[in-house]
Ligand binder design. Structure first.
Ligand code: NAD
Ligand code: TYD
Length: 347
């Protein structure tokens, strides 16, 4: 099998690429990535010389390029992760989310449809999406696969739109697809603009921890390698034209999570208990901030037997250890443009 993975130099994509390259020596994995600020080939240093791995630098907005690589490599499957992924950036620059997340996805759909016209039984377009398309929950309830879409941020609106296009290509052109909607991921290689890696980095540097609003927003956290395992399972065993929700059954209010992180970081850094908590600073809230996400992942558990393999405490510890052991990675990604972003966002 020749498999195209898009966005494989990013956070989740790099874990998916590594898993497929190392678990399936008979497959050839092509990683297509534009290497935006979020893409980083350092994430894949350990597997870059594997004979069944090829990196293709390119943009999913470049339809002629997509055409060329489909012609050349005759992909049997696409696992599509490339996206603009940060809600705060979508608030300041919605159009780049429209371009990559909607138009880029439609480009990939068009090419897949055209190249898989004849024999499509063993082909698969796998679209990786988010629980944020379902909008915000109140105090109770969980998102199921039947929850109506109700996106609130330009990011989630662009992902919702791309999900609809994927479904529409299934209905209209018979494209074999599967979609998963996953909750918040955390783990190694996470770019330090999202809550957990940003706060880990700020604690190391003794910088303020900017908690939005009152900190009582709730997210459902999943270790990234458990997401990669779910993607592997759904790619191989998921039913065509189905959606699966993926989540950790692991809800945390931001402020409680931040306090846990502070406690663990104090221990790891041998600082007196309470040192990191003093860095917590309440800042202006994010506009349109979704109150609560919680995923009902019982369908993927029931039908495919997937469940998370690590507890949150284990996953968080693995994550913190990774950042402390990979200071060089952090230094590289937080130099240059990152400083400019940080100034604009938090000052
Ligand atoms: P990320 O921002 O870390 O990585 C995105 C990758 O896509 C980067 O390598 C970037 O260079 C690449 N990319 C961006 N625009 C591109 C373009 N036009 N052409 C080619 N490549 C491009 O994102 P992530 O957190 O790894 O998320 C991956 C996918 O998973 C996204 O589709 C996201 O919506 C989805 N998702 C993320 C989470 C989460 O918690 N991070 C949760 C659920 C779903
Ligand atoms: P984030 O990691 O950006 O993921 P998402 O918005 O996709 O859920 O944010 C997770 C939660 O943390 C969300 O409620 C916003 C909050 N948050 C802060 O309080 N401060 C920050 O600096 C960031 C980046 C996020």
């Amino acid at each position: 099998m020749n498999i195209l993975i898009t966005g494989g130099a990013g956070f989740i994509g790099s874990h998916v690429v590594r898993r497929f390259v190392t678990n399936y020596p008979d497959y050839h994995i092509y990683n297509l990535d534009a290497l935006t600020y979020a893409g980083n080939l350092e994430n894949l240093r350990d597997i870059e010389d594997y004979p069944n791995y090829t990196f293709l630098k390119g943009d999913i907005l470049d339809a002629p390029f997509l055409n060329q690589i489909f012609e050349k490599y005759k992909f049997d499957g696409v696992i599509h992760l490339a996206a603009e992924s940060h809600v705060d950036r979508s608030i300041t620059d919605p159009l780049s989310f429209v371009r990559t997340n909607i138009i880029g996805t439609v480009n990939l759909l068009n090419i897949s449809r055209d190249f898989w016209k004849e024999k499509k039984d063993n082909k698969r377009f796998y679209h990786i999406s988010t629980d944020e398309v379902y909008g915000s929950l109140g105090a109770d309830g969980m998102f199921t696969e039947e929850t109506p879409y109700d996106p609130n941020s330009p990011y989630s609106a662009s992902k919702a739109s791309s999900d609809h296009f994927v479904r529409a290509y299934g209905e209209t052109y018979g494209l074999p697809y599967v979609i998963t909607n996953c909750s918040n991921n955390y783990g190694p290689n996470h770019f330090p603009e999202k809550l957990i890696p940003l706060f880990v980095n700020n604690i190391i540097e003794n910088k303020p921890l900017p908690v939005y609003g009152d900190g009582k927003y709730t997210r459902d956290w999943l270790f990234v390698k458990d997401h990669a395992a779910a993607i592997d399972l759904v790619f191989h065993k998921g039913k065509n034209r189905e959606t699966y929700n993926i989540g950790g059954f692991n809800e945390w209010q931001n402020i409680e999570l931040v306090k846990l992180l502070c406690r663990l970081m104090d221990e790891k850094l041998n600082r007196p208990a309470g040192t990191s908590e003093k860095l917590i600073t309440y800042v202006r809230d994010r506009p349109g901030h979704d109150l609560r996400y919680a995923i009902d992942a019982s369908k993927i558990n029931r039908e495919l037997g997937w469940k998370p393999s690590v507890t949150f405490e284990q996953g968080l510890e693995l994550t913190i250890d990774w950042y402390l052991e990979n200071q060089e990675w952090l230094d590289h990604v937080t130099s240059g443009d990152y400083q400019e972003y940080y100034e604009k966002m938090y000052k």
